[in-house]
Ligand binder design. Structure first.
Ligand SMILES: Nc1nc(=O)c2ncn([C@@H]3O[C@@H]4COP(=O)(O)O[C@H]5[C@@H](O)[C@H](n6cnc7c(N)ncnc76)O[C@@H]5COP(=O)(O)O[C@@H]3[C@@H]4O)c2[nH]1
Lengths: 181, 181
């Protein structure tokens, strides 16, 4: 089951490494970005992880919703990993406007392993079609919820946001989904 | 089958993105690192990917074999991916000495997804023990060979180096394995 392994990989090779120090990273960011500091809502100093059911993932969030603008990146984290010296891990901060035009800053990104699910369903060699893909996204979501739920060091440092298919007609679907959490 | 998904993820999320432009990156590196330029053997401008059967992966290659020294990193590649703006991808160049003390420069790293296999076998929640882990490494290797073998854009731009278990007693096992290719 591909999604099971991808969820474990996402946790062991990324979330477990970065979530524990995320809040400190955001606090350091606010110190150097004074304009941003008041725009972090209560409970928003977490990683918002977007999980689109259709695995349709843009490279930039602003492509999907013009109420979302890239603001800046958090400070880089560099780790020596498996022979790569100073491998760089970073998150992007976005300013998300609500229906009243108020800005809210947050750290948000898509769950990158879903790109693999999408590309596998496109590649005939991977033995994996679109009907299985939807099931695998749900399995990825459930497995990740389970792993993170058991993780003391990651507790309360993330929000999983499942994006359903009904969104196609609302140009502000994504900003609403992010702010709704 | 965890290894099947990890091999596809490694290809679709990393090798497919970077191997096509690796040679250009090495050529640019040699232009700015004159001392390195003569040390690239014929057929060595590829990514050497280490696949240890026991998934025992150090963060730095020099920890394993003192005939190997970190030299420098190739120029960074930055891509916008899934909401991360300017995600950084890099490879490390190592100087590897042979039994006659001659230096050979090459781009080498461990297959990072094997770290996930190792950590899963340690975590009781992952449902995955050491006997399965060995089978999964072999499956990862075979699947990756198959995927890369079919990939026109990655052809001849990599070397998969399987590291067996008999190495434990030879302090220069790794440098010999790399140079033997
Ligand atoms: N958003 C995001 N930013 C990151 O920096 C990052 N680094 C990893 N991941 C995701 O976590 C999981 C575990 O990563 P791992 O390193 O074991 O496998 C990685 C790794 O073996 C290789 N790879 C990807 N990026 C790099 C990189 N920069 N350097 C070396 N190897 C890399 O290709 C695999 C798949 O990568 P992604 O498909 O981008 O998603 C990964 C994966 O789902 C990231 N996700």
């Amino acid at each position: 089951n591909v999604a099971h392994g991808l969820a474990w990989s996402f946790y062991l090779g990324y979330l477990q490494l970065l979530l524990p120090c995320l809040e400190d990273s955001i606090i350091a960011f606010c110190a150097t970005h004074q304009a941003s500091s008041p725009l972090w809502g209560r409970g928003s100093k977490k990683l918002f992880i977007l999980i689109p059911l259709d695995t349709n993932i843009p490279d930039k969030l602003e492509e999907v919703d013009d109420n979302i603008r890239f603001y800046d990146n958090l400070p880089n984290k560099e780790l020596n990993r498996a022979g790569i010296q100073g491998r760089v891990y970073k998150h992007s901060v976005y300013r998300v406007h609500d229906e009243h035009g108020r800005g809210h800053d947050c750290v948000v990104e898509y769950a990158t392993p879903l790109l693999t699910l999408y590309r596998m369903s496109q590649d005939r060699g991977a033995g994996f079609g679109e009907p299985e893909r939807r099931q695998q996204v749900l399995l990825f979501y459930r497995t990740l919820q389970e792993i993170l739920g058991q993780s003391l060091e990651c507790r309360n440092r993330y929000r999983l946001i499942m994006l359903n298919d009904e969104r196609k007609d609302d140009p502000h679907f994504l900003s609403k989904a992010i702010l709704g959490h």
